[in-house]
Ligand binder design. Sequence first.
Ligand code: BG6
Length: 508
Amino acid sequence: MDINTNTVRVSEPTIMVIFGGTGDLTHRKLIPALYNLAFDQLMPEHFAIVAVGRRAKSSEEYREELYTSLNKYSRNKLDDAQWLRIRDIIHYYQLDFTETAGYEQLGTYLAELDGLYHTQGNRIFYLAVAPEYFETIVGGLGASGQSVCRRGSDGHCANWQRLVIEKPFGKDLSTAKHLNDALHTVFDESDIYRIDHYLGKDMIQNIMVLRFCNVVFESLWSSQYIDNIQISLSEKLGVGSRGGYYDHSGAIRDMVQNHLLQILSLVAMEPPVSLSTDAIRQEKLKVIQALEPFTADTLRENVVFGQYGAGVVGAEQVPAYRDESGVPDNSNTETFVAMRLCVNNFRWAGTPFYIRTGKRLQESAAEIVIQFKSLPNILYFAGEQARQEPNLLVIRIQPNVGVYFQLNTKDFSTQKEIVPVKVETSHLSPNQGNTPEAYERLIYDIMRGDATLFAWWNEVEASWKFADQIIAYRESQRQKFPNYIAGSAGPVKAIELLARESREWWTI
Ligand code: BG6
């Protein structure tokens, strides 16, 4: 039984075809995730992996390379007996993605493997490639007839073909629409799995469980009792070798349009009518649609952009963003953004949502903080000296994973004071970064045909509509960058954003 959907789904026989088989994502995330699924006995009984890449190499050479990567990146320590069991189902296939004729041959090759592995013509096509290849590859699959099912005598499909696509899904609403139209000419929306790896993280899935399985939270979950909600995704890392990509993206496209809005919609959604994929997606979508559009004034007052200058992170001296490789020395791209949002519906009107994300900050942490309203300043909180700490519910996504609730209690040592204490269920999980664990869950769901943890088009469309306003505003202005030191908590203005309403960020 699946905790998220109340349904029993099984992984069916399939061939997973990974375009971008020699790329970083495949080595660091996808193959370790597949290895760990096998390790946990979650792989379909009839299964094969075909990694497609442009470079010439044999399957044998490719397997050796994967073995080295698995040793580095696998969550479970590499077990040679287990590896021997899966290495033979991995095949390397050389293809220049831009050559149309090559797709016919690929189709023939996969059909041969169907005979060998009893995979029945089922396919997962995973696009782990740069976005400029998405349309070309999907076009090739369509033209060679690989996106259509084989129909039985009753007219029903005897097999399935699923398309998995990594972000970025477009770079604004119009490019996303264009890409989506191209995908829809070949694949049905129900067969498209748009990856947002945050949705594969345990604590993100736990948001609905915490809300809808605990009367103490759900009954207080509104502007009547909640003062504000904060969502922070902070990273110590800089852009590293991704400067070329990142400079055309920035924090809004890279983190807000997808991960942050997905988290916000799970936190703010109404209870769905059932745990079906459609019911959950409908409620999440309504949250994005209820976000109050910005005006010229609210953009100026409620959005803070930042870009890191040189500084020290941990004990390491790190360069300014503009000195990273692939980044122009006058770059106007934001590596940090914080904003105050309003969800204009009956439940939330009056409760601000503060979201922020940034690179090269002092801590790496992803957390959601629900700050409850204060009690009247009477009784224990009467008098000028008394300080009332709010009740906080903190959902820790990473690196610590768990939940704590802050409540006020008597201080037993002084016998006089009221002190805040944390009731904590957190446990340390240092590997919970952009980890194979998230990919394990997501790939497992794709194998079972469960699209609940994937973004559907209407959500992506609504998120781009919202993000586009902020991107246009940022691009219309020359920002005074850099405006925060690497290793700090971000720009001072982000702190002022809350301070001006007598609030504060609760962590970092
Ligand atoms: C990715 C972004 O989607 O998420 C990266 O492109 C970012 O820039 C990463 O570093 C963060 O993911 P995680 O899982 O490490 O928090």
